[in-house]
Write a protein that binds this ligand. Structure first.
Ligand SMILES: [Zn+2]
Ligand SMILES: [Zn+2]
Length: 463
């Protein structure tokens, strides 16, 4: 490999268009790297990154809606990456460049990395999303401990799905299905199909007796969901008056209508699995809720509090009976809560969506909540808004984003999945120089997974 490496990479612009830029990476794993863009220094990375040559990269909804996310542009996007290391070994790459993922000395780790939540490391860069150049370019710099070899059992097409499958499996772990529950997946498109497959693989492995239902509009998507493990498929058109038909609904459409329907259909929990950046049902910071994996929990004085919680952020207006019921916890105002080691309290209290928004992002322009990552907002209202509806109907709203690759690979090597997932989900293979065409195909109604290839990728163009 010549050093520095110099190459042209497609950059995603603030208006959603794609333009090429000249990049160069110089440095090494021990001393760090300098990223130059169009001849100027663009980014300095510390130690703990390895140079990889990308072979292919999937396009996901986050890439299509990237301009709506709160991270700087332009950017070389693409985070569902398959690459080769210097020995030619095919690898996949977890996307969070945290202190832990970079393998830095333990003394320098942040509280999140030390607490086992490296995907919430406040100093992290995120591959193809937040500064770190992504897999739609031909070369990338990947955190050393985020790089995993591809098992021989996986077909090349299934390999491109490791990242989104890990995210789907993480949702299954976070929503923690209970015995005999019926879990519905709303919108079995690219991500929804992976959630169905993850639920089915998790069920086969754990032997937990759960039912899996796919709810959608398109017959082809419902048939595919059946193929990937749904026991039952429902056309959304038949659900106009339906209520409470599943214990848990996983919302993967990313639309406000989808979330409203999920709330109507669920009796225990709704799990939000999409980040479109749009305000939804009055909640301005839904995307931030998903990014921070915060949960909204119906709660009234006398209900048990989430285990292990020791701190709670409350507004001054919190009712006296609520405050009294929180007496065993350290009670802080939202601004004081942000000084806690994990950057926020374990719990917060909100009586309406405005209060929930204020707990998710108390200060304009500061990407930090008064409730910590994977914390819980107790919903105490009884109004008609989202918070009041959850509280009244006793339905919780959880969220999740990227997941653990080791757990994903462990399930994906099953013969039932190793071949079938890629064959069923990947519909288009497009060379990287036609990225805009790939985006257009991925954005078409009913599109499957579109994969971008770099020279030398062994995927073939067959569809
Ligand atoms: Zn993605
Ligand atoms: Zn960290």
């Amino acid at each position: 490999v010549p050093r520095p490496v110099a190459f042209t990479a497609p950059e995603y612009q603030p208006d959603g268009s794609i333009r090429p830029a000249a990049y160069a990476f110089a440095g090494d794993t021990a001393n760090g790297w300098t990223v130059r863009r169009d001849g100027r220094e663009h980014l300095r990375l510390g130690p703990g990154y390895r140079l990889l040559e990308v072979s292919h990269c999937g396009i996901c909804a986050t890439d299509l809606a990237r301009r709506l996310l709160p991270f700087p542009l332009p950017q070389v996007t693409g985070h569902e990456v398959v690459a080769r290391d210097e020995a030619g070994q095919a690898v996949v790459v977890e996307i969070n460049a945290s202190h832990a993922a970079r393998g830095l000395p333990h003394e320098g780790w942040c509280a999140h990395c030390r607490a086992g939540m490296p995907s919430h490391c406040p100093d992290r860069l995120v591959l193809g999303i937040h500064d770190l150049p992504g897999g739609f370019g031909p070369w990338m710099l990947a955190p050393v401990d985020a790089i995993l070899p591809v098992p021989a059992a996986l077909s090349p097409r299934t390999t491109t799905l490791v990242e989104p499958f890990a995210a789907a499996l993480h949702a299954v772990h976070r929503l923690a299905p209970r015995a005999r529950e019926r879990i519905a997946v709303l919108g079995p498109g690219r991500l929804g199909s992976l959630v169905v497959a993850a639920l089915a693989a998790w069920r086969r492995r754990s032997r937990a007796p759960i039912g899996i239902v796919a709810i959608g509009r398109r017959a082809d998507a419902l048939a595919r969901a059946g193929d990937l493990g749904a026991d039952e498929t429902l056309d959304v058109a038949t659900l106009a008056d339906a209520e409470g038909i599943a214990d848990v609904v996983v919302e993967t459409t990313g639309s406000p209508e989808g979330l409203a329907l999920a709330l109507r259909l669920a009796t225990r929990a709704v799990h939000v699995k999409s980040t479109t950046g749009q305000p939804t049902l009055g909640l301005r910071h839904l995307t931030e809720l998903v990014v921070d994996e915060v949960e909204l929990l119906p709660w009234r004085p006398g209900d048990p509090l989430p285990a292990a919680a020791t701190t709670v952020a409350v507004h001054p207006s919190v009712p006296a009976d609520v405050r009294a019921a929180l007496a065993g916890l350290r009670v802080l105002d939202p601004h004081a809560a942000r000084a806690l080691p994990l950057g926020g309290a374990d719990l917060a209290v909100a009586a309406d969506v405005a209060e929930a928004d204020a707990m998710l992002r108390p200060e304009a322009g500061v990407e930090r909540g008064a409730v910590r990552a994977r914390g819980t907002i107790l919903c105490v209202g009884d109004g008609d808004d989202l918070v009041g509806t959850l509280a009244r109907r006793r339905v919780q709203l959880g969220s999740s984003r990227c997941g653990d690759f080791r757990a994903a690979l462990d399930l994906l090597v099953e013969p039932t999945l190793a071949e079938r997932l890629g064959e069923r989900l990947v519909t288009d293979v497009v060379p990287a120089e036609r990225l805009a065409d790939g985006f257009a195909r991925a954005d078409a109604p009913g599109a499957g997974k579109v994969i971008v290839t770099h020279p030398g990728a062994s995927l073939g163009a067959r569809v």
